[in-house]
Design a protein around this ligand. Sequence first.
Ligand code: 13P
Length: 275
Amino acid sequence: MLVTMKDVLLDAEKRQIAVGSFNAPNFQTLHAILRAAEALSEPVILMHAQVHEEMGLCTMEEITPVLLRAAEKAKVPVCVHLDHGTDLDYVKRGLRLGFTSVMYDGSALTPEENTKNTLIAVEEAKKTGASVEAEIGSMGAREGGVQDDESIYTDPELARTFVKDTGIDALACAFGTVHGFYLREPKLDMPRLSRIRELTGIPLVMHGGSGVSHADYREVIRRGVRKINYYTYMSRAGAAAISGKEYKQFQDALFDAENAMMEDVKTAMSVFTGK
Ligand code: 13P
């Protein structure tokens, strides 16, 4: 069943859990994510990231109809979300394609410019009924964000003003996670997270979910994270499953990778949902 991010976050808030949010740039990741969500009977968020188009994995026009159709047919509630839309035209195109949720990422801009553009994204999303996530502070929009650089962490006071001025549904905040592989064990600024939640009162989003310990997942959820973005470790699990093996048919490698990714997503979602 296709739903919005607001729908799944309301449920997450009620149950004090986090919804798993996974990038799905091809059929194998898509199948792995949906199989895991259906096995656990849990809502899930499928994401297309603008950066995956730039990397040549898939275009938004190619992947969105596939994600939407899969969401409609799924046995669990599924939101189809645009991840890190860094320019407004891309976000507007995404809304026309039918995303039920978009992230406008103006984190590289000044707070004033970020607010101005996020407001435009919110107005555009209202026309289609989609939900909106935005970010203040920066965990590095792309792979390779700098770990432990507290100067780019979300300022709780700025977050309060940003949320009040934009009316977004969820806030991505920076408090020690980065995208991709961690160079060393992440050290999360938990008091900052609690303060952001206290001052904004809305569902918080943790990006860079791969590589965070299970204990930290539980702790951030306790402090108000309701959506956890996760991709790198799922992809790594797929790669590990086929590495060093010989296959006669390409599809056999795909099936092995899909099964390994499904197990990885299932483990992550079990922790996010307390199952
Ligand atoms: P990881 O790839 O580090 O899990 O992060 C995914 C993400 O945050 C996508 O927005």
